[in-house]
Design a protein around this ligand. Structure first.
Ligand code: HEM
Ligand SMILES: [Cu+2]
Length: 567
């Protein structure tokens, strides 16, 4: 009797005295060789957050240098070029692409399916070590003379520069395998390990979004791998594919690169959208509005994402016809994106909204994603893009999408599943304050960049005209506020580890399967194989003040009750 067990466990406050995945075994080797998706997810979490810290340090150094025109901090222009390249490369390849799927997805996906683990646990561990290997190559790049090509490695410059292109390219290549393996694992897991009764349309939307993401990971990443191999061969052997001196075509590199990298921006944003779909529903206590539209729009975005890469090359000399077609298809991606936003708003409408910390991040997401998405329309329009191309307008646009949206969704998911992952509750008020500071700091940092970009401030410049100084200063101070907010968020989480209250099984009243097991979960995720439930049924649980969380309403109370309500 699964329900009876669950009731007993939550009766003891959820912190079941028994064993869980964290204390099941101890010692460093039990982590190094673990095949448990939860531990692997946790190791990824530490990894991607360290990468974020490194990339963030570069970001603050860049912004500080831009406080005044000309030299401000003693950084030379060469150092500036290396700094923004490594900032971009570390943030993109080491944080934002693996962030949600590999860290949070790894932890949550099998539990949401009621499964014991992913389909291929060894491959999962392997992809973690590939991530580590790729990260090491990036760190190596730092010591081997840095990198100054921009994170895009554009040819012909990347063939000629004497910075360490080779180690960075190898790093990105290895990271690609990590990404492919994770995607493959998730697809097979979703196909084969759904519990009886969980049809595709009973799956939580986070899983739909991970599924769509995995398709992109598998289909697009090999293109990047081959492109990077060709670049490697070009640099070391001069085979003449991209190098115009040898009869090669540097624009071909751009085509290859964006054929991966445009879909890759959806690897970054789709899992975030999945998290937001869960958060909006749970914290409005209303079933998600338009479930199928949200699920299918993830697939639509994944497929359309492959058809629009040419919008990065409007000014690179592609044919007028190609540019017009790419512009048109690019607009069409706005449709599935807008569908999601409208469905989230409809879910909140007349809902019983609680602004707990994860929900604050979800609200930030909706605002920042809308700004990032709508400004994308200016860039998809051929005529306006010619003016805005390579200005700060673009820098601001992609930070709104990559940081404003994906990072806030990542934080929302982290605060949402934190009690499940660690078994500890955090201080919700402090979490809400952190979310607010992050929102304010982010807008202060990046909104002025839209204005200066539209007035002609080019990106990737170490120096600027005095008329841009006010905008740059606002942006720099904003980045300090943002940094402070992020540190507060980190502090809230660390505090919870040190002195947080034990987390109940179900602190938020969610009904997807991860809320049907203790916090933290046992090694095999569940004491008994769970039955599939409707993930968005908010009548299945009720708040129990004694437990400090939600407990299932016993089936007996809903139907005939032979024992007169006495359990
Ligand atoms: C504290 C927050 C951040 C600040 C203040 C910041 C600031 C900057 C600055 C000043 C640049 C250089 C722009 C230029 O010279 O043209 C830049 C570039 C970039 N940033 Fe950030 N950034 C932040 C967070 C992030 C995050 C989280 C990501 C994750 C994806 C990211 C991704 C990028 C990328 C991809 C570039 C482009 C580099 C290039 O153009 O080659 N940034 N950022
Ligand atoms: Cu694109």
């Amino acid at each position: 009797m699964a329900t009876a067990t669950i009731t007993t466990e939550s009766g003891s406050g959820g912190h079941s005295p028994g064993r869980n995945y964290l204390n099941e075994s101890s010692g460093i080797l039990s982590w190094v060789f673990t095949l448990d998706h939860k531990r692997i997810g946790l190791m990824y979490l530490v990894g991607v957050m360290s990468a974020f810290l490194l990339g963030g340090t570069f970001a603050l150094a860049l912004r500080t240098e831009l406080l005044t025109p000309g030299p401000t901090t003693g950084m030379t222009h060469d150092m500036y070029n290396q700094m923004f390249t490594l900032h971009g490369a570390v943030m993109t390849f080491l944080f934002i692409i693996p962030g949600i799927p590999a860290a949070l997805g790894n932890f949550v996906l099998p539990i949401m399916l009621g499964a014991k683990d992913v389909a291929f646990p060894r491959m999962n561990l392997m992809s973690f070590y590939l991530w580590m290997g790729g990260a090491l190559f990036f760190v190596l790049t730092l010591f081997l003379g840095g990198l100054d090509t921009g994170w895009t490695f554009y040819t012909p410059y990347s063939i000629d520069t004497n910075t360490s292109v080779v180690s960075a390219v190898l790093g990105a290549f290895v990271l690609g395998f990590s990404s492919i393996f994770t995607g493959l694992n998730f697809i097979v897991t979703i196909h084969t390990l759904r519990p009886p009764g969980m049809t595709w349309f009973k799956m939580p939307l986070f899983l739909w979004s991970l599924y769509a993401t995995a398709i992109i990971q598998i289909l697009a990443t090999p293109v990047l791998g081959i492109t990077l191999l060709l670049l490697f061969a070009e640099r070391t052997m001069g085979i003449g594919i991209f190098d115009p001196k040898l009869g090669g075509d540097p624009v071909l590199f751009q085509h290859f690169f964006w054929f991966y990298s445009h879909p890759a921006v959806y690897i970054m944003i789709l899992p975030g959208m999945g998290i937001v779909s869960e958060l909006i529903s749970v914290f409005s206590r209303k079933a998600i509005f338009g479930y199928r539209f949200i699920a299918f729009s993830s697939l639509a975005i994944a497929l359309l994402g492959f058809l629009v890469w040419g919008h990065h090359m409007f000014t690179s000399g592609e044919s007028k016809m190609a540019a017009i077609v790419f512009s048109g298809i690019t607009f069409s991606i706005a449709i599935p994106s807008a569908i999601k936003v409208f469905n989230w708003l409809a879910t909140m409408y007349k809902g019983s909204i609680s602004l707990a910390t994860p929900m604050c991040f979800a609200q930030s997401f909706i605002v920042l994603f809308s700004i990032g998405g709508l400004t994308g329309l200016f860039l998809s329009t051929l005529s306006t893009d010619v003016h805005l191309h390579d200005t700060y307008f673009v820098v601001s646009h992609f930070h709104y999408v990559m940081v404003g949206s994906t990072l806030t969704a990542f934080l929302g998911g982290l605060f949402y599943w934190w009690p499940k992952i660690t078994g500890k509750m955090y201080n919700d008020i402090q979490g809400q304050i952190a979310a607010l500071i992050i929102f304010v700091g982010f807008n202060l940092a990046f909104f002025p960049q839209f204005i200066m970009g539209s007035r002609g401030m080019p990106r990737r410049y170490y120096n600027y005209l005095p008329e841009f100084q006010t905008y740059h200063q606002l942006s720099t101070y904003g980045s300090y506020v943002l940094g402070a907010g992020l540190f507060l968020a980190l502090w809230v989480l660390v505090q919870s580890l040190l002195r947080g209250k034990p987390a109940p099984m179900n602190p938020w009243g969610g009904n997807s399967l991860e809320w049907h097991t203790s916090s933290p979960p046992p090694l095999a995720n569940f004491e008994h194989t769970p039955e599939a439930t409707d993930p968005y049924d908010y009548h299945a649980n009720k708040y129990d003040p004694a437990v400090g969380g939600y407990v299932p309403i016993p089936k007996a109370q809903k139907t005939v009750d032979p024992y007169g309500g006495i359990e």
